[in-house]
Design a binder for this molecule. Structure first.
Ligand code: UD1
Ligand code: CA
Length: 456
């Protein structure tokens, strides 16, 4: 059976108090609307159409790599009006249409599939995803007949006193038979206390036509919408718990899941241990047997087996097996660190390749460089990669010993098996096997303290 979806995402999000379109706020590193799109993509749904309006261009840009269609709702006259605006997308199709909202990112694949199966099996013309909650404030209520059949949905603001007591709420997510929806959608009106075209009224219209309407309830967490920053944080917490649980089930130790922030797309191998305060983002892959001591940020990086990281920032880089990073290291984009390397405290690496077994233990900057294996950097080495106009490259061969406080003025090359004396400023190539000394000779002026009157 043909399956398609519409995601309503044209609303303003007044209560968020934001310049950004509401659906582009992020939960666990991903935009609200993209969570919904990605979930639907995993449910064998062929076409997805997003109704955009507020911040239409921005929403388009943020979703464009996901291969969805768009309809424009220029004026936000209600959820029913939003669906009417997308009629061109589905009006000539046969099959089922599911509707979701761009501000409810917690819906799971299982529930989407369950909704569609329930709808098809029960031969319904419309099926509502609902939830039983303690506090139904703000939600539309599911009104059932004495025999338990769904009659209609009444918006909170339109509820009678009796209806307000109902604790089965409308998630704003539905499954429709496309042909019946098309035949009845234009019957919506805006005779209600908000003066809006409510999509929810379609249910009563279908019932009046003697069509079968169903409802299936799911866990309340899944239908939570984000209307405010407080709800954004609540959604983040629920999503964070889900992600962390998944990793723990896969054999990752997370010492304190409450303070561990792992993005949706991160992969982590078995027996890796994660201490509190780590933020792991983007398309990061962390292999097994790593230890992430507290307080690192790792983004879009690959961390190989057995790496130890502590209180560091690693961006768009690769860290090889059994290497240690930090505390307080900064590995900037496009860096490739080999195996058994040591990147120590207050070391910054930028767009550089560092080969196996090299040690950069403290207070060093390496930028735009290629460093061989088995090298040792003394404390305070600086690769002087920028001359004020251009970034220049430095090449350092294998097994070089770079003394403390050395400047390597780029572009410059240091060949294999070399030794650079501490305090040198290197501006010329150092040939293999050489010792390079590039600093002023020491002069001792005997008796100078006495003569200058400084002696105590
Ligand atoms: C809606 C439902 C309510 C349900 C609740 C669940 C209606 C009338 N009410 O209420 O029964 O309990 O969701 O969260 O449908 N949107 C548009 N264009 C518009 C209006 C809204 O695209 O003209 C989009 C919004 O961007 C949002 C979604 O539709 O993503 C829901 O709209 P919202 O105003 O938040 O509806 P609720 O009042 O929450
Ligand atoms: Ca809402």
């Amino acid at each position: 059976m043909y399956k398609c979806s519409v995601i309503l995402a044209a609303g303003k999000g007044k209560r968020m108090k934001t310049k950004l379109p509401k659906v582009l706020h992020k939960v666990c590193g991903k935009e609200l609307v993209n969570h919904v799109i990605d979930t639907l993509k995993n449910c064998d749904i062929k076409d997805i159409n997003v109704v955009i309006g507020n911040g239409a261009e921005e929403v388009k840009r943020a979703t464009e790599n996901r291969n969805v269609y768009y309809s424009l709702q220029t004026e936000q006259l209600g959820t029913g009006h939003a669906l009417i605006c997308s009629k061109d997308f589905f009006k000539d199709k046969k099959g089922i249409l599911t509707v979701f909202t761009g501000d409810a990112p917690l819906i799971t694949e299982e529930s989407v599939k369950k909704l569609m199966e329930f709808h098809v099996k029960g031969n319904y013309k419309a099926t509502i995803l609902t939830s039983l909650v303690e506090d139904a404030t703000g939600y539309g209520r599911i009104i059932r007949s004495d025999s338990g059949e769904v009659e209609k949905i009444v918006e909170h603001k339109d509820c009678s006193e009796e209806e307000l007591k109902v604790n089965e709420i409308n998630s704003g997510m539905y499954c429709f038979d496309i042909e019946e929806l098309v035949a009845n959608l234009d019957k919506l009106n805006n005779n209600n206390c908000q003066g809006e075209y409510y999509l929810t009224d379609v249910i009563e219209i279908l019932k009046n036509e003697n069509h079968k309407v169903g409802a299936i309830d799911i866990n309340a967490d899944e239908i939570k919408g984000v209307n405010s920053r407080i709800q954004l944080a609540e959604a983040e917490e629920i999503m964070r718990n889900r992600i962390n649980k998944k990793h723990m089930e896969n054999g990752v130790t997370i010492i304190d899941p409450k303070t561990t922030y792992i993005g949706n797309e991160v992969e982590i191998g078995e027996d890796t241990i994660i201490y509190p305060g780590n933020v792991i983002e983007g398309k990061t892959i962390i292999k097994g047997d790593c230890i992430l001591y507290p307080n690192s940020r790792i983004k879009d990086s690959i961390i190989e087996v057995g790496v130890t990281i502590q209180s560091s920032v690693i961006l768009e880089s690769c860290i090889g097996e059994n290497t240690t990073v930090g505390p307080f290291a900064y590995v900037r984009p496009e860096s490739q660190i080999g195996k058994n390397v040591r990147i120590g405290d207050f070391v910054e690496i930028k767009k550089s390749k560092i080969d196996d077994n090299t040690k950069v233990s403290h207070l060093t900057y390496i930028g735009d460089a290629e460093v061989g294996s088995g090298c040792n950097f003394g404390c305070g080495t600086v690769v002087v990669n920028y001359d004020g106009k251009h970034k220049n490259k430095t090449i350092i061969g294998d097994n070089s010993f770079i003394g403390c406080n050395v400047n390597l003025v780029s572009p410059v090359e240091v060949e294999d098996n070399t030794y650079i004396a501490a305090g040198s400023t290197i501006t010329k190539k150092v040939p293999s096997g050489a010792l390079a000394v590039a600093r002023a000779k020491q002069v001792n002026k005997e008796g100078w303290m006495e003569k200058s009157g400084l002696k105590k």
